[in-house]
Design a protein around this ligand. Structure first.
Ligand SMILES: C[S@@+](CC[C@H](N)C(=O)[O-])C[C@H]1O[C@@H](n2cnc3c(N)ncnc32)[C@H](O)[C@@H]1O
Length: 258
């Protein structure tokens, strides 16, 4: 059995971050993350359904209830990958408005684009390949920015939060859906599932054990609910809050720009 490392937030040195349980220079993380998502892109959606037994769909639907999106608005699905949230938001916009589906990884974005076409949302969606830490968008542009299961993969989380804030209109909101710290009553089962089952499933289905080992480790290293809320506040978001889903396996964070 893997010896689990404790959940921790920051790297030992300011120039370092973590890639799963490895301590690495900030400058190396994005390349490693990009390799993971190039490798899993084709099987990403299938693996999501298998790994979460379809729960990710419920989590994402639930997040929609926090977006407050109305027809005519402009939204950004950041680290949007294969476009699940984009497709859900296109329904909320009911044919009027704009969604930018953005991701750093062209393999994930390519699949997202195909799914947007299949989902009939083509007329609402634009695609932008961008790094969440250095967003290329104008200030005061978006009514809502969403980021589902993306923040954990970004080398500098604080920098990403700080780069999102100016792109929001006053009154606009950021929604981050991310794995978090589960209630301690389920921690042993969850650890077994994460570190024993997930990498094996990655090997069987996606023929890529290492990427799913990274997934399990990256979840463990991600800031917990309270810490991420602090990071939202530090970045300048107001009325910051979070909601635990599935006993805290996942948390939906929300912050506003005023
Ligand atoms: C686990 S996937 C989530 C995809 C989608 N949002 C979903 O919920 O299914 C994480 C995504 O984050 C993207 N990503 C990683 N680092 C990023 C960065 N620095 N900026 C933007 N996107 C990034 C990856 O390319 C990948 O598509």
């Amino acid at each position: 059995m893997n010896k689990l490392k404790p959940r921790k937030v920051s790297g030992a040195k300011e120039t370092e971050t973590h890639f799963g349980f490895q301590q690495i220079p900030f400058t190396e993380k994005q390349d490693k993350v990009d390799k993971v998502f190039h490798s899993v892109a084709e099987r990403y959606d299938l693996m999501n359904d298998l790994m979460s037994l379809g729960m990710h769909r419920l989590w994402k639907r639930w997040v929609m209830s926090l977006t407050g999106i109305r027809p005519g608005q402009t939204v950004l699905d950041l680290a949007g990958g294969t476009g699940d949230l984009t497709l859900l938001m296109s329904k909320q916009l009911r044919g009027s408005g704009k969604i930018i589906l953005s991701d750093i990884n062209e393999s994930m974005l390519g699949i997202g684009r195909e799914r947007v076409i299949d989902g009939g949302a083509l007329s609402l969606v634009e695609y932008v390949q961008a790094d969440a830490q250095y967003l290329p968008f104008k200030n005061n542009q978006f009514d809502c920015v969403t980021m589902a299961f993306g923040l954990r993969n970004v080398p500098d989380i604080q920098k990403a939060l700080e780069s999102i804030l100016p792109t929001l209109k006053p009154g606009g909101r950021l929604l981050v859906l991310e794995f978090s710290e589960p209630h301690r009553s389920i921690a042993p089962v969850y650890d077994f599932y994460s570190f024993q089952f997930l990498p094996r499933m990655g090997e069987w289905v996606a023929k890529d054990r290492a990427s799913y080992q990274y997934l399990a480790e990256s979840i463990r290293m991600h800031p917990n609910q309270e810490r991420l809320k602090q990071m939202f506040m530090q970045a300048g978001f107001d009325h910051c809050e979070y909601h635990n889903l599935s006993a805290g396996i996942v948390a939906a964070h929300r912050g506003f720009k005023y």
